[in-house]
Design a protein around this ligand. Structure first.
Ligand code: HEM
Length: 192
């Protein structure tokens, strides 16, 4: 077994760390959206903020091991590598700057809400479109990068894989930014 294979293993391990954390955060988001009271929401909010800490580890792991693989056996002008670097930068920025900031706003709304049933502000922020789109578009982009890493396509195809990944992730998230039927019914008919 050579060093290249070992670093490739660490590269894939970093991917698994990222996918694992993204899965936990995604589940937490669904539970936060369904929460009726602060007691329902709190454990999921706390779990999500713990799981988020794995993202920088995964991103740094992917980049550093990818850099070794590139320097060892590829070139820095390889199209699928360059597109994937840009895509990884988008993931690294969109996570903290979009999802992270909206998650902070939700956290503050939960604290302001206090114990008991959740008010409109906290429930609205649990369905925040920017939070949902960023949370699901990022794994979509990552799956696009996996496609590029496995198939090593041309620049155009590599960009297409990332764009399709983003679009599928974002489109999958959007339905969950709408009010749940039961909630919309209660607003329309408060006696219900
Ligand atoms: C989210 C980001 C990334 C993901 C999900 C990812 C995923 C993967 C996967 C699954 C492989 C195994 C492919 C195979 O063995 O056929 C791989 C290989 C590789 N990756 Fe990445 N990678 C990412 C970022 C990067 C970056 C930023 C670089 C460059 C700086 C890079 C460079 C490479 C190289 C050179 C290989 C080896 C290809 C080979 O030997 O066949 N990767 N990547």
């Amino acid at each position: 077994m050579d060093t290249y294979r070992t670093v490739l293993y660490l590269h894939v391990l970093s991917l698994l760390v990222g996918i694992g954390a993204a899965t936990v955060v995604g589940v937490c988001l669904f539970r936060l959206r369904a929460a009726q009271t602060l007691a329902d929401a709190l454990p999921w909010g706390m779990l999500a903020s713990k799981a988020e800490r794995a993202f920088p580890v995964a991103i740094l792991g992917l980049f550093s091991t990818g850099a070794y693989l590139t320097s060892d056996a590829w070139t820095w002008s390889t199209p699928w590598i360059d597109v994937s670097i840009v895509a990884l930068v988008i993931v690294a920025l969109q996570g903290p700057l979009v999802a992270g900031l909206r998650a902070k706003a939700l956290e503050h709304a939960l604290i302001d809400n206090g114990p008991g049933p959740l008010g409109d502000r906290a429930r609205g922020l649990a369905r925040d479109p920017a939070l949902w789109v960023a949370t699901f578009a990022n794994p979509g982009i990552v799956l696009g990068i996996v496609w590029n890493m496995l198939n090593k396509p041309s620049t155009a195809q590599a960009i297409a894989a990332v764009v399709v990944g983003y679009a599928v992730g974002a489109a999958g998230a959007l339905p969950f930014t709408r009010k749940q039927a039961i909630e919309a019914h209660a607003v329309a008919d408060p006696t219900a």
